[in-house]
Ligand binder design. Structure first.
Ligand SMILES: O=C(COP(=O)(O)O)N(O)CCCCO
Ligand code: NA
Ligand SMILES: [Zn+2]
Length: 305
């Protein structure tokens, strides 16, 4: 069933598990995410970035909202990294039940003002809002404290931010970053900082840049002809610890893309004569579904629907 993001995330934070927000760009990703959620009896958030909305258009937004309504588990359809009020309005018009307005690159006052404006519009139509405070940036552990404070989410500011904006959940910067290169070796995650934020902010917390970028998947991508450098992701133990400290929504995009692409390369390498798209999109869809299921296991959301 189609529900708001807050409905899913409030329960997750209260019960100490995480819910995946999986980015989709096409039909196969959407099917993989929803099938995984139903088979795992897990709530799930289907996330579309502005780029996904542009790429898929109504073929994707209509499909996401309608399939979410028909799903046998709670599903929220979420705008990821909304960059403007107008972009949020488009998602609201498309029937999304969760929207992110990301003004984390602006100064505090501007972020508050722009976020509050989106909160008013979204709440008026029963949709819940994710906002962001702090800069997503992989940082080395030894980095000076003042530099960490300049980048990562300040706990006291976070409290004030949530009170002044009325946002429903908060994306925090604690050392993660988007993409396949999150830092040398095991990226530094500032759990003590997260603990202080969670003590001051009762709302569900969101972790961006949370993909694991597992070595076996990176190897599989390379072996199939993919080119990728020294890729590293977030260690599973650091994800579990973050969930125990208050993270309720965990964004996963890179892992899905790596799996999908590796399988397409593998299939095409094995069958150069093949030109039925179902023959290479199908196995790629299955690979994404397996990644989604393994993430749900790690997050503890299996059986929580
Ligand atoms: O936080 C994330 C995903 O993080 P990751 O790259 O670790 O999967 N996202 O918000 C997805 C970004 C999509 C923009 O193109
Ligand atoms: Na988001
Ligand atoms: Zn993100």
């Amino acid at each position: 069933m189609l529900v708001t993001g807050l409905e899913i995330l409030k329960k997750a934070r209260a019960e100490g598990y995480g819910v995946g927000a999986f980015n989709v760009n096409n039909m196969e990703f959407l099917q993989a995410v929803l099938e995984a959620a139903e088979e795992a009896r897990s709530p799930v958030m289907v996330a579309l970035s502005e780029g996904a909305m542009k790429y898929g258009g109504r073929a994707l937004t209509l499909l996401a909202v309608e399939l979410a309504k028909e799903a046998r588990v709670p599903v929220a359809v979420h705008l990821d990294h909304g960059s403007s009020y107008e972009s949020v309005l488009k998602a609201l018009r498309a029937g999304f039940t969760s929207v992110m307005i990301d003004k984390s690159h602006e100064d505090f006052a501007t972020n508050v003002r722009e976020t509050r404006r989106v909160v008013e519009a979204a709440h008026a139509v029963g949709v819940t809002v994710e906002a962001e405070l702090g800069r997503l940036a992989g940082i080395e552990e030894h980095v000076a404290v003042d530099e960490k404070d300049a980048l990562l989410t300040n706990p006291e500011e976070a409290k004030r931010f949530m009170e002044e904006t009325g946002a429903d959940y908060l994306a925090v910067a604690i050392g993660t970053s988007h993409g396949a290169y999150k830092g040398k070796g095991r990226p530094f995650i500032d759990h003590p900082r997260l603990e202080r934020i969670a003590a001051l902010v009762p709302a569900p917390l969101v972790l961006h840049g949370a993909s694991a970028v597992p070595p076996e998947l990176v190897e599989r991508f390379r072996a199939a002809g993919g080119e990728i450098g020294e890729a590293t992701g977030i260690h599973p133990e650091d994800i579990k610890k973050a969930i125990a400290l208050g993270i309720a929504k965990i964004n996963t995009d890179t892992d899905l893309r790596l799996a999908f692409t590796a399988l397409i390369r593998e299939t095409l390498n094995k069958a150069p004569k093949e030109f039925d798209p179902r023959k290479y999109l199908g196995p790629a869809r299955e690979a994404v579904k397996e990644v989604v299921k393994s993430r749900m296991e790690l997050f503890g959301s299996v059986g929580k629907a």
